[in-house]
Design a protein around this ligand. Structure first.
Ligand code: G4P
Length: 526
């Protein structure tokens, strides 16, 4: 198979949802279709259970499970599908943001009863910023929930997505009869036999055909006719290019647990989803078909074995062919490196790969060389963009609790920050270290991991901060004036960038008004 054929065979995407909407269940059903797993229950949820905050071993165990399921590849209809898993727990949403940089498209799962939930809003916002193609799957149709039209309105309003239903439900909950697949013009009937369900598919091109009543009672049949007519009037026609440009989002309805509507979703996905897309670097755009290899690290996962400090760096291949035991350039360190055991992930199995193509993800064993966002190439100096740090919301001073272990603490903190567990800021005024995170759980994870992996101890002290912003100004004199006047609020991040630490949203607002020439950014990349 030619290089270009290999690229065109690949579809790399992420499934995102608010916890409990059914992401794990859907992933599992997709893998079953691909024959990548044989039995239900093989995919472990990487959800960090709500109770886990007090049980650190449990957190680590669960994070460990998510290593194995970080990438799940399977073959389907001659294509190689790479699913990127995203952490369910809200405190790890930065991980999810970064994973999205490695995906070419996204499937959003929404619970029919709960509708659009907060985490989905945040994640979709990031996708929209990047114009990532999005398919929406409305799950749990076997339960009572919101009316389809209301739900689509909610998706448009809260997520800002222009929806384009490609299937339409016939009832819901107890009255759920199935869906009409408008994309394939087929009727998919849902028949529940106790807990077991079956799906019956019937070609059905014209809903006005009275034969519809053979399959569905008169009332739901008429409702379906009316609703589909309305859908055709109200919603835009499906044009693949509009989906690829992030302008419209196809919507499917189903029930993942019953494996209903999942095959339709997958069949449509493989037809319309993008092949590996070009990526932007600071220097130029990199196209997947270029013959020289390039890739970037979007996730680093510590191994949970405390005796080894090995980590796995997940590399997305952006161009060329990645080969085992070949010298590549680690750009940030300006160092030649080769990888003897690059790992690929097929469902729950890991294996060493000799070659990987654009769109693929390989896991590289790392002893501390990589940071999130690092670029690896055959020699060209490139820096992939789009892997920013997000402004944290919770802050604490971090102090060394064991004076004899200050080196270990410094090393541990540096490596954990490279992994993207949290962000470290150093205050200009007194050199004190402040850790900023998105969620409270990370503080406990850091403390636990410093102790168990680095033998270091830290404690925290409260600090009155609400927001960290990266600042910039074209006028050097004005910038100097600002940083001098606000010296006590200034800090640097791990890369030496200037950061303004605001005590409250009110302070931030007044400072923004007093210094209109200073730009305040809420992500590290601008
Ligand atoms: P997540 O990864 O998005 O967090 O969700 P997950 O798949 O773990 O699903 C959350 C819960 O919703 C699970 O129930 C799962 O069985 C259920 N679920 C998923 N899809 C459907 C569906 O189509 N219909 C219905 N009725 N339920 C669905 P649980 O009780 O939390 O866990 P479990 O004990 O079933 O594993």
């Amino acid at each position: 198979m030619s290089f270009v054929d290999e690229i065109n065979k690949r579809r790399t995407f992420a499934i995102i949802s608010h916890p409990d909407a059914g992401k794990t269940t859907l992933t599992e059903k997709l893998l079953l279709f691909g024959g990548a797993i044989q039995v239900a229950g093989a995919v472990k949820s990487n959800k960090i259970k709500k109770t886990a905050t007090s049980d650190f071993m449990e957190i680590e165990k669960q994070r460990g499970i998510s290593v194995a399921t970080s990438v799940m590849a399977f073959n389907y209809r001659g294509l190689k599908i790479n699913i990127l898993d995203t952490p369910g727990h809200m405190d790890f949403q930065e991980d999810t943001f970064r994973t999205l940089t490695a995906a070419d498209s996204v499937i959003v799962v929404i619970d029919v009863a709960k509708g659009v939930e907060t985490q989905t809003e945040k994640l979709v916002k990031v996708c929209r910023m990047r114009k990532t193609p999005i398919i929406v799957f409305i799950n749990k149709m076997d339960r009572e929930g919101k009316e389809a039209f209301d739900l689509l309105d909610e998706i448009e309003q809260k997520l800002g997505l222009k929806t384009c239903p490609l299937s339409w439900p016939i009832g819901m909950g107890q009255r759920f009869k199935g869906v009409y697949n408008m994309y394939e013009e087929k009727l998919n009937l849902f028949t529940a036999h106790g807990k077991q369900t079956e799906e019956e598919t019937i070609e059905f091109t014209d809903l006005s055909n009275p034969d519809l009543e053979k399959y569905v009672d008169e009332k739901p049949a008429n409702e379906l006719r009316e609703e589909v007519e309305m859908v055709e009037e109200v919603y835009p026609e499906f044009v693949r290019q509009d989906y690829l440009d992030g302008k419209i989002s196809p919507v499917f309805f189903g029930s993942a647990i019953n494996n209903f509507g999942v095959k339709e979703l997958l069949d449509c996905f493989v037809e319309i989803a993008p092949t590996p897309l070009p990526r932007i670097t600071e220097e130029r755009q990199v196209n997947p078909t270029e013959d020289k290899f390039s890739g970037f690290v979007f996730k680093i996962h510590a191994n949970i074995d405390p005796r080894h400090r090995d980590r796995i760096a997940f590399l997305r291949i952006c161009s060329g062919i990645f080969k085992r035991n070949t010298n590549y350039l680690h750009i940030r360190q300006n160092k030649k490196m080769k990888f003897s055991n690059p790992t690929s992930f097929m469902a729950e199995k890991k294996s060493v790969v000799d070659e990987a193509y654009p769109g693929d993800i390989v896991g590289l064993y790392d002893s501390g060389n990589f940071k999130i966002g690092d670029t690896v190439t055959e020699g060209e100096i490139l820096h992939f963009k789009g892997i920013p740090s997000f402004s944290p919301e919770q802050f604490r001073y971090v102090n060394n609790a064991d004076p004899l272990k200050s080196k270990q603490l410094a090393k541990g903190l540096e490596q954990l920050m490279d992994e993207g567990v949290a962000q470290l800021f150093i205050k200009d005024l007194n050199g004190r270290k402040i850790i900023g995170t998105v969620g409270a759980l990370q503080f406990e994870v850091i403390q636990y991991r410093l102790k168990h992996e680095y033998g270091a101890s830290c404690d925290y002290e409260p600090v009155n901060l609400a927001k960290a912003c990266w600042i910039e100004c074209d006028d050097a004199a004005k910038l100097k004036e600002f940083t001098t006047r606000r010296k006590r609020d200034m800090a640097v991040d791990k890369d030496g960038n200037m950061v303004f630490l605001a005590e409250s949203k009110w302070v931030l607002k007044t400072v923004q008004e007093s210094f209109p020439e200073i730009k305040f950014h809420f992500t590290s990349e601008f």
